[in-house]
Design a protein around this ligand. Structure first.
Ligand SMILES: Cc1ncc(COP(=O)(O)O)c(C=O)c1O
Length: 412
């Protein structure tokens, strides 16, 4: 019997849906999806505020690893968390040093600039480590009120040493704003331990909740800085100080009398809140340590698979992320063509690089439930087949075999 012609078969077609291996939004566990399948409740009813939203914020404090801080959950996304933090903290003319290691560092600089901050960018070559000695010198020279940093730069698949940077920032008496949009609940993030004053994230990445929530951890020095402002922040719903005043009880440094009525400055989506609650419960049930280990192994397995396919990772080995991989594409094959073929033929969605890396790199997320063999192995297999369809040859099955060896604990 001769070979069967297969190149016109669209394998993705029989599937009910595509698998999200982009770097967020990520796949959502089934109990989280189910949590949204209910009639509406009233978002300003105290049974929702006190019995649903408040326990979620308190549970999130454990995920944020903060005892002294508060966690505020708002409608929005990661960008809302960044903008809300910036507008709550910064007055026109305030000096802000923005560490730029990729597209999301640039975004933070743009948000700060829009609010009137006097922004100084401290840039590292994309994909390379930060020079901490130079950074300290620059902080010393600029004397900023605030230093911002992206912990996990999703555009380049890199993780930076927030603990060390936090130490430098605190040593210079500045406030430390950390973007943990693609790291929180996947990689160790210590709000208190690292001196983070505003810890800014979103719901749809490693937390494995639906897109739609901005989440900010706020510590006492951040509240104090907001109180010292000469003018109130120019936002009614995203001024974090208004959240403190109308949401947090007096016993925890807020302004709501004990047993008094809480008010959300903006109406919360009750469906998304319920979903987030289940997502956070699932994270804490297994524990943070277990979650970080899953991501560490999954990241390593994925990278082993990529290298076994003779592909090259974009970042320097010292800063490679365990939640998102950024891969150089083989010469002559467009990232967009790989993404299209992989989606149409095999039903798995990955991303191209961003901005200046769009035509040279691919990005794959392994976050939340996709940080597992169940998702990583098919993704590597589909990537191998896609590349073969587009003319790139590697040893058949080598990527999957290398990743399996890591998952099985039989490779170092
Ligand atoms: C590191 C980082 N910061 C900020 C954002 C913006 O978040 P969102 O898309 O949820 O608004 C993203 C999104 O990918 C991100 O990865």
């Amino acid at each position: 019997m001769g070979s069967i012609k297969t190149d016109s078969i669209k394998w993705a077609m029989p599937q009910a849906r595509e698998i999200l291996m982009i770097p967020g939004p990520t796949e959502i566990p089934f109990p989280v999806i189910q949590a949204m399948n209910q009639p509406p409740v009233i978002q300003y009813d105290q049974t929702f505020d006190v019995d649903v939203l408040e326990p979620i914020n308190l549970a999130l404090k454990k995920v944020f690893q903060t005892e002294r801080g508060e966690v505020i959950t708002m409608p929005g996304s990661g960008k809302t968390a960044l903008e809300s933090s910036a507008l709550s903290m910064v007055e026109p003319g305030d000096r802000v040093l923005v560490i730029v290691t990729g597209s999301f560092g640039l975004l933070m600089g743009a948000v700060m600039g829009r609010i009137g901050a006097e922004v100084t960018e401290f840039s590292a070559e994309w994909g390379r480590p930060i020079d901490l000695v130079k950074l300290e010198k620059e902080i010393d020279r600029v004397k900023p009120k605030i230093v911002t940093m992206v912990h996990n730069e999703t555009s380049t698949g890199t993780t930076y040493p927030a603990a060390e940077v936090g130490k430098i920032v605190k040593g210079h008496g500045a406030l430390f704003l950390l973007d943990t949009v693609s790291s929180l609940a996947g990689i160790d993030v210590r709000t208190d331990g690292w001196g983070v004053d505003l810890n800014m994230t979103g719901s749809q990445k490693c937390l494995a909740a639906p897109l739609g929530m901005a989440i900010v951890g706020v510590t006492p020095p951040a509240w104090e800085a907001m109180e010292r402002r000469k003018h109130k922040a120019a936002s009614w719903v995203y001024d974090l100080l208004r959240w403190r005043d109308s949401w947090i009880p007096v016993s925890r440094g807020g302004r709501v009398p004990e047993g008094g009525r809480r008010m959300q400055p903006i109406s919360m989506s009750t469906h998304l809140t319920h979903a987030l609650g289940v997502a956070v419960r699932l994270v804490l049930e297994k524990g943070l340590e277990a979650r970080f280990r899953r991501h560490a192994v999954a990241g390593r397995a994925f990278r082993a698979g990529i290298e076994a396919m003779r592909l090259e990772m974009f970042p320097d080995p010292s800063v490679r992320s365990d939640t998102v991989s950024c891969i150089k594409t083989p010469p002559g094959i467009e990232p967009a063509a790989i993404v299209k073929r992989m989606r149409e033929a095999y039903g798995i969605l990955i991303g191209t690089g961003l901005d200046k890396m769009r035509t040279t790199t691919l990005r794959v997320g392994h976050m939340g439930i996709t940080a597992s063999p169940l998702y990583i192995l098919p993704t590597l297999s589909a990537l191998e087949m896609t590349l073969r369809d587009l003319g790139y040859r590697s040893e058949a099955g080598a990527g999957v075999a290398a990743a399996q060896a890591i998952f099985a604990g039989s490779a170092s």
